[in-house]
Design a protein around this ligand. Structure first.
Ligand SMILES: *Cc1c(COP(=O)(O)O)cnc(C)c1O
Length: 383
C-alpha cells in the first residue's frame, strides 16, 4: 500500500516538446535528459512518453541508467552517457552502441582497448573544459588527444564535441557562460585545424537553449523543461518578457497525489506538531497527509508550502515529519478523511508547483523532483 501516486500527462508533455521545438528550431536535435530517474518522473514511463512524442535521443548520467533506457526503449533510440562509466562494464556499453562522453585519457584508452578486443567502433562525445571546471579536456591536452585519435581512427566515431555551462539559469552567470561559449568555439577551431572530423557539437541545457540562441548548435540537452518546469524564475521571465507573453507555455506533466489521513481540531494557543514550528493563533482544523521527508517531501518545505485539497489551496503547517505533514484546512468546506490532495499538479485552473515557492535559488525544482521515490506507482494519463 503506497501513500501516494504519480500521474504523468501525455498531452502536456507533447505540448512542452512542441514549445521547445519552436524555440530551438526543427533542425536541432533534442536529447531528452532522463538522469535522476527522469527527474523523479520515472525513467520507464518517460522513455515511453518521449518516444511516443517523437524523441529518439536520450542523455543519462550513468551506465546503469543507460541500461534502463535500453531496456524500456522500443524505438532503438540513441543513448548518451554524460557521466560515470565503470570501466568493467565498458564492454556492454560499446557492444550496444551506447554513446558516451570522454573527458580524460584514462577513459579513452580503456575504451579503445575494448574497442579493439570487440572489433567495434566506439561512439564518443569529446567533452572540453570551457570554465565549469568539472570535467573535460583542456587546451593543453589537445595535442596528445589529437595524436591518439589520429592513430586510432578506424576505432573511433566522434559523434560530438561538447561542453557544459556553469549555471546558465542565472543572469548573474551571464559573462561566465558567454566566455565559456567563446572558448568552446576556439576548441572547435582547433579540431578543425587538426582535421579531426566530428558529427555534432552541443553545449546547451534548458536555460541556455532559451536565453542564448548561439549556444543551441546541432543538439540541445533538455532536462527540466520537457517536464514542464522552467530552470529558474529568471529564465521564465526572460522568455515571457521578451515574447510579451502572459500565458506560461510550459506545463508540469507530473502530478503527485495522496489523501487526507486524519482530521483534528486544535484550540488557539496550542502548538501543532513537533516543537514550536507552528502556533495556532486561532481555533483551527488541520489535516494530516501521509507523506514526509522519507518520501522526498523535504524539511525545507516546513511552514513553506501549499497543496491542493478539493480544488482549494491549503497551507502546509509545522515541520515536515519523516512520513507525515500537516495542513491547515480551517475554513475549507467539507473536507473529509480520504479526500484526495495534490502535492504538485493542476486542477481546474489552479496549480501547485514548486517554482512558486519562496526559494529564490529555484534549484528546489530539480532537488524535490529527483527525490520523489522510485517505487511509487506511476500512471500515464490521456493516452
Ligand atoms: C543535467 C544536465 C543537462 C540538463 O539540464 P537542464 O537544466 O535540466 O536542462 C544538460 N547537460 C548536462 C551535462 C547535464 O548534466
Amino acid at each position: 500500500m503506497y501513500s501516494s501516486k504519480i500521474y504523468l500527462d501525455k498531452k502536456k508533455y507533447e505540448e512542452n516538446i512542441r514549445f521547445i521545438k519552436k524555440i530551438i528550431g526543427e533542425k536541432t536535435i533534442i536529447s531528452s535528459v532522463v538522469k535522476g530517474n527522469a527527474y523523479g518522473h520515472g525513467i520507464k514511463e518517460m522513455i515511453l512518453l518521449a518516444e511516443e512524442s517523437g524523441i529518439n535521443h536520450f542523455s543519462v548520467f550513468s551506465q546503469d541508467e543507460a541500461y534502463k533506457v535500453k531496456k524500456y526503449s522500443t524505438k532503438n533510440s540513441t543513448i548518451m552517457i554524460m557521466g560515470v562509466l565503470s570501466l568493467k562494464k565498458i564492454n556492454w556499453v560499446i557492444s550496444n552502441d551506447i554513446e558516451f562522453f570522454v573527458f580524460n585519457f584514462k577513459r579513452l584508452k580503456e575504451a579503445l582497448k575494448t574497442s579493439k578486443k570487440l572489433n567495434k567502433k566506439i561512439k564518443i562525445h569529446i567533452e572540453v573544459e570551457t570554465g565549469l571546471n568539472r570535467t573535460g579536456f583542456s587546451e593543453k591536452e589537445l595535442p596528445e588527444l589529437f595524436k591518439i585519435i589520429q592513430k586510432n581512427k578506424e576505432y573511433i566515431t566522434i559523434k560530438g564535441i561538447c561542453t557544459h555551462f556553469a549555471g546558465a539559469e542565472s543572469i548573474a552567470n551571464y559573462y561566465r557562460i558567454k566566455k565559456q561559449n567563446n572558448r568552446f568555439k576556439k576548441y572547435l577551431e582547433e579540431f578543425d585545424k587538426a582535421n579531426i572530423k566530428y558529427e555534432l557539437t552541443h553545449a546547451a541545457c534548458s536555460a541556455a537553449a532559451v536565453t542564448m540562441p548561439n549556444t543551441r548548435r546541432n543538439l540541445v540537452r533538455i532536462g527540466i523543461m520537457q517536464y514542464g518546469f522552467w530552470p529558474s524564475d529568471e529564465t521564465r521571465m526572460f522568455y515571457l518578457t521578451k515574447k510579451q507573453k502572459k500565458k506560461d507555455p510550459l506545463q508540469p506533466i507530473l502530478s503527485w497525489e495522496s489523501e487526507i489521513m486524519s482530521i483534528k481540531h486544535v484550540k488557539a494557543g496550542e502548538y501543532i506538531g513537533y516543537g514550536d514550528y507552528y502556533l495556532a493563533k486561532e481555533d483551527m482544523t488541520i489535516g494530516t497527509v501521509p507523506i514526509g521527508y522519507a518520501q522526498g517531501y523535504g524539511r525545507q518545505l516546513s511552514n513553506n508550502s501549499w497543496i491542493m485539497v478539493n480544488d482549494e489551496i491549503a497551507e502546509v503547517i509545522g515541520v515536515i515529519n519523516m512520513n507525515l505533514f500537516q495542513i491547515n484546512i480551517s475554513g475549507l468546506e467539507n473536507v473529509n478523511i480520504g479526500d484526495r490532495v495534490i502535492l504538485i499538479g493542476q486542477e481546474n485552473n489552479k496549480e501547485i508547483r514548486f517554482a512558486s515557492f519562496s526559494d529564490k535559488k529555484s534549484s528546489l525544482n530539480y532537488e524535490i523532483l529527483t527525490r520523489i521515490p522510485e517505487e511509487l506507482p506511476r500512471e500515464i494519463i490521456n493516452k
